[in-house]
Design a protein around this ligand. Structure first.
Ligand SMILES: Cc1ncc(COP(=O)(O)O)c(C=O)c1O
Length: 303
């Protein structure tokens, strides 16, 4: 396995892909990124990229917001990504990081009169929240008031503050509130509660990123378990009294939350519905569920 990047319109070894210290995006957070997972199926000797197209559609929307002129269509971005991953010849779970950014080596806070560029690289990456059950706290840092539906690098400072505050206080992850005190999401994940047999998750207007894993979990709960998801504002104390809680995200997959602010959630073990969704999700992303194969892009041509 050798690591490559697609950088300045060509494939280069990852170690050679460098940006200059005056690059605009580095100074002002003027970049849009994505996180995409490739999941290795050892039985099939195949690597499946999960909901590749949806990730690039979201990136295109983000570029529109940041006035980044992306010279590639969604289909072209998918093709570049597949070629990159194929060149690296991974045989394990990976994470792909595409980024569209203001590439001019020029200072001055703005979006106009700047060049744009696109890069993507991939590397082996196992679970992000590497525990069976996460211990969370409600963060003292709030989600920003303006939360565009895009992964804009500059917006991630509040998530980084929240994550490190949680870590330094002995927790695995932070749950952030909206500016007016409703539950929003984790530092890099959406949140779900099970209350009276129904799933509840914050709505788009509660300063969340509309996660692709969130949508997948809602679909699986409905189609496979017959459980509806209600998108509704959630008060902080509802976190403590929920029967189950889990986080969803490309990096974190579906991670069970066993404790919030030193209060056990449900039995304090991985809940039954959470466990079922985890199993369905893990099967699906590895390309093992024929019903959802459209969401899984195979990288390697069959021998
Ligand atoms: C702030 C935030 N919320 C939610 C998510 C989950 O989104 P997705 O499931 O599309 O990865 C992410 C990860 O991308 C994130 O960074």
């Amino acid at each position: 396995m050798s690591l490559y990047a697609y950088f300045s319109k060509q494939f280069v070894p990852l170690s050679e892909a460098k940006i200059g210290i005056m690059t605009h995006a580095f100074h002002y957070g003027t970049a849009v990124f994505e996180g995409i997972r490739g999941n290795w199926n050892s039985k099939q000797q195949q690597l499946y990229l999960f909901r590749l197209k949806e990730h690039y559609e979201r990136m295109h929307d983000g570029c529109q917001i940041l006035k980044i002129n992306l010279p590639y269509t969604v289909d072209e971005l998918c093709r570049i990504t597949i070629e990159l991953v194929e060149r690296c010849d991974f045989r394990e779970d990976i994470y792909i990081r595409p980024m569209a950014y203001k590439s001019s080596e020029a200072l001055g806070v703005r979006l106009h009169d700047l060049d744009d560029d696109f890069l993507v690289f991939a590397f082996p990456w196992g679970p992000y929240l590497d525990m069976d059950k996460a211990r969370c706290c409600v963060s003292s840092w709030r989600r920003p008031k303006e939360t565009p539906q895009a992964k804009i690098t500059g917006l991630y400072v509040s998530s980084a503050l929240a994550k490190t505050e949680a870590f330094e206080n002995g927790f695995d992850e932070a749950i952030m509130l909206t500016p007016d005190g409703y539950v929003s999401e984790g530092s890099g994940e959406n949140i779900f509660l099970l209350i009276d047999g129904r799933l509840v998750t914050p709505p788009s207007y509660n300063n969340i990123l509309l996660g692709i894993t969130r949508d997948t979990a809602i679909t699986l709960a409905k189609n496979e378990l017959g459980i509806e998801t209600i998108e509704s504002p959630i008060e902080r104390c509802e976190l403590y009294t929920a029967d189950e809680c889990f986080l969803t995200g490309t990096a974190a997959n579906i991670t069970s939350v066993a404790e919030i602010d030193r209060r056990k959630i449900g039995s304090g073990e991985v809940g039954e519905i959470t466990r079922k969704l985890q199993q369905l999700y893990s099967d699906l992303i590895q390309g093992n569920n024929p019903k959802y194969l459209d969401w899984c892009t195979p990288v390697y041509k069959k021998a």
